[in-house]
Design a protein around this ligand. Structure first.
Ligand code: HEM
Length: 494
């Protein structure tokens, strides 16, 4: 039986390979490297595909074609090309490919991140933007964020008093997990609520498994064989999340406290069964969206804060300048409030520079909804579009000394991260732009400000800043591979 399935899979593969070749023969695809039969360029991607693709784009150009397995992939690597795909032809490229991870973990693409373009995605996105991520909703959690930031500062202050180093990466992750959980499920995640592996580790694994190249996504004909064992693992992860959400729903239904700030589950449960949004909101819809909100906010904010603080430790003159700005605006007898953030202009430049060099989502994956011609090149329907935000942020033509961390490059510049300037798109642009941008930027600016205002930092064991390993881990979210260990010293008069 197994043998017959394998032979059939290989036969289907060969058939689809030649069919795809014949179809694209007479069309002018963008230039790109030749690939192996059937596998295409899959084996050359390596562990850091955004870097591999940047190198290839230097040779083949900012709109490049390659094949991963049987799937045509178009890689976009310059601001001008990104504008063509995310603005001029945004409607064509605003979809997502049907990945295996979205089937198993995201309730069959019922979430927002993986949903294909269409009325379901439009309605869910509208509901999330209005009900969960509006300025009003974000403000309603302001005091909760302050409490959690105070707790973070307190923990670090205790370590400062004892003259010991802290694992800042772990502390930042705990902070952003607690903030995300309190906002989404109304409480901090409790160990007993989740499976043995733990909540944070499972969310991390979900992000990794969703981003690592899965053969089944690129050679669908061999999907049933589960050669990498990923389907089995995804089913197990999905079961863990499902059990967790059922428990949390039950707690919400039982809760009698009418006065608490409504968390995301309260809001979504309010829609359950209603057809207010054209689609009936069912239990699985809520679970899929809630998982999005948790996964999309936890690691993105934590990784951005971690990268920024690491760059600040590597550039003491930038830290000094930022501390001076904080002293001018806030003083030294109280800690930063969110209401101070708008006045902290240099802080804004520091965060932009960090997001330029370290976009936490280095490759954004879209899909072509129909055949399209871009810059004279044929882009086939269903092609996967990789927008290489990492390469765009390091494009030497638009960013002089692109590899250097220099926030001053934004002095007198109108370039912002909000999707209008294609040189800098850490949140994407167009229809699929990150709907949590405002919240993400608020959390990142707030926490970086606290860490730099309250503490001076140095590396433990006389380590030099130049020795810090700046290698990233590739994934949907790309954090620093190493944890940041640092020695804090309290610097306020409180
Ligand atoms: C510094 C923090 C953050 C960064 C850098 C970031 C970045 C991104 C990027 C690059 C995308 C993909 C855009 C595209 O494919 O074109 C995205 C999508 C998304 N983000 Fe964020 N994000 C952050 C925080 C958040 C937060 C706090 C939330 C929600 C609580 C959130 C929710 C989402 C959702 C739901 C999507 C999918 C949107 C769609 O496909 O329609 N993000 N984000």
């Amino acid at each position: 039986m197994e043998w017959t399935r394998t032979v059939l899979a290989i036969a289907a593969l060969v058939f689809f390979f030649f069919q795809a070749k014949t179809r694209s023969k007479n069309k002018r695809l963008p230039p790109g490297p030749r690939g192996l039969p059937i596998l295409g360029n899959l084996l050359t991607m390596g562990t850091k595909p955004h870097r591999t693709l940047q190198r290839l784009a230097l040779h083949y150009g900012p709109i490049m074609h390659l094949r991963l397995g049987l799937m045509p992939v178009i890689v976009v690597s310059s601001p001008e090309a990104a504008e063509l795909f995310l603005k001029t032809h945004d409607l064509v490229f605003a979809s997502r490919p049907p990945l295996e991870a979205s089937k198993y973990i995201s309730y069959n693409q019922q979430n927002l991140v993986f949903a294909p373009y269409g009325s379901y995605w439009r309605n869910m996105r509208k509901m999330c933007t209005l009900e969960l991520l509006s300025n009003h909703k974000i403000s309603s959690f302001r005091s909760m964020r302050k409490q959690e930031a105070d707790l973070l500062v307190h923990r670090i202050r205790v370590a400062a008093a004892a003259c010991v180093a802290v694992d800042l990466s772990s502390m930042i992750t705990s902070f952003s997990t607690d903030v995300a959980c309190r906002m989404v499920i109304g409480k901090k995640y409790n160990r007993d609520d989740f499976s043995e592996k733990g909540f944070v580790a499972t969310v991390r694994e979900t992000m990794q498994i969703s981003s690592a190249f899965n053969l089944a996504d690129y050679i669908p004909q061999i999907r049933g064989l589960d050669l990498q064992g990923k389907t089995k693992r995804m089913k197990a992860i999905s079961k863990d999340f499902d059990d967790f959400f059922e428990k949390i729903f039950e707690e919400h239904v039982q809760s009698k406290d009418e006065d608490r700030t409504k968390d995301f589950i309260d809001v979504m449960l309010g829609f359950m069964g209603s057809e207010e949004t054209e689609y009936r909101v069912e239990r699985d819809t809520i679970k899929a969206i809630i998982l999005d909100m948790l996964a999309a906010s936890m690691d993105t904010s934590a990784a951005t804060i971690d990268w920024t603080v690491t760059e600040l430790i590597r550039h003491p003159h930038v830290t000094k300048k930022l501390q001076q700005e904080l002293e001018d605006v806030v003083g030294t007898s109280r800690t930063v409030e969110e209401s101070d953030l708008e006045k902290l202009e240099y802080l804004g430049m520091v965060i932009k520079e960090s997001l330029r060099l370290h976009p936490v989502a280095p490759l954004m994956v879209h899909a072509a909804r129909e055949d399209c011609t871009v810059n004279g090149f044929h882009i086939p329907k269903d092609a996967r579009i990789f927008i290489n935000a990492w390469a765009i942020g390091r494009d030497q033509r638009v960013w002089p000394d692109a590899d250097k961390f220099r926030p001053e490059r934004f002095v007198g510049s109108n370039i912002d991260v909000r999707g209008q300037n294609f040189e800098l798109i850490p949140f994407g642009s167009g229809r699929r732009i990150c709907p949590g941008m405002q919240l993400g930027l608020t959390i990142v600016r707030f926490v970086v400000a606290q860490l730099v205002h309250c503490f001076d930092w140095k590396l433990p064991n006389n380590m030099q800043a130049t020795e810090l390993d700046m290698t990233e881990e590739f994934g949907i979210v790309s954090p620093r591979a190493d944890h940041l260990l640092a020695m804090p010293a309290w610097r306020l008069n409180t």
